[in-house]
Design a binder for this molecule. Structure first.
Ligand code: COA
Length: 181
């Protein structure tokens, strides 16, 4: 487990899949994600089987929060692919439990993944893509130190419109400056 102040990150289990499917079929959750079509359990089982073949550091982690004496899962996070030459990876996060939004959990998980990426996986650059119309995500990323790198204009077509996609990143040297703040 990877422990933060109020959250922990654990490996995903096959038993988690029905909840993932529920979250990934919620249009409010997927508004800022590249999910356009309804997702079945069979789709999700195939995704899980594929993920289990990936290197351990690239597998999805489940975000859990404390609830009484136990833990409750609220979403997922992870590094999509790790480039071992350039020491960089793309970060992703989705809190599918909407009752957990806007309470700082996404910010904490994003920061914990920076710590994990730089201090355990020895990455040098962590980057992400975020839709311009996802201000909650952009704000969470800015709060932990992600820097705007550029914008891919009209890169995503969704709900009848094109959306810009921002690129953001944190370098190891920047993390060393901000990690204790
Ligand atoms: C994006 C996401 C990870 C953020 O996590 P969260 O726990 O809800 O966010 P936090 O509470 O940590 O921080 C959100 C910040 O955005 C702010 N915010 C929320 N809605 C906002 C809006 N419409 N405009 C501007 N800021 C907004 C909050 O006030 C907070 O900032 P503050 O602490 O300065 O007040 C989460 O909402 C999520 O997973 N959403 C669905 C999937 C998704 O969009 N994933 C990201 C894909 S790139």
């Amino acid at each position: 487990m990877i422990y933060g102040k109020r959250i922990r990150l654990r490996a995903a289990e096959r038993e988690d899949l029905p909840k993932f499917v529920e979250w990934m079929n919620d249009p409010e959750v997927t508004a800022g994600l590249l999910m356009r079509l309804p997702l079945s359990m069979a789709d999700e089982q195939r995704w899980f089987d594929g993920m289990a073949q990936r290197p351990p550091a690239e597998r999805v982690l489940v975000i859990e929060i404390r609830e009484g004496d136990s833990w409750r899962m609220i979403g997922t996070t992870g590094f999509h692919e790790i480039n071992n030459v350039d020491r960089e990876s793309e970060f992703g996060i989705s809190i599918g439990d909407k009752s957990a939004w806007n309470q700082g959990y996404g910010t904490e998980a994003t920061r914990l993944m920076l710590q994990h990426g730089f201090e355990t996986l020895n990455l040098n650059r962590i980057f992400l893509h975020v839709h311009a119309d996802n201000p909650r995500a952009i704000r969470a990323y800015e709060k932990v130190g992600y820097v705007h790198e550029g914008c891919m204009r009209q890169a995503v077509y969704k709900n009848g419109k094109y959306f810009d996609v921002h690129m953001m990143s944190v370098l190891r040297s920047e993390w060393d400056q901000i990690k204790d703040k």
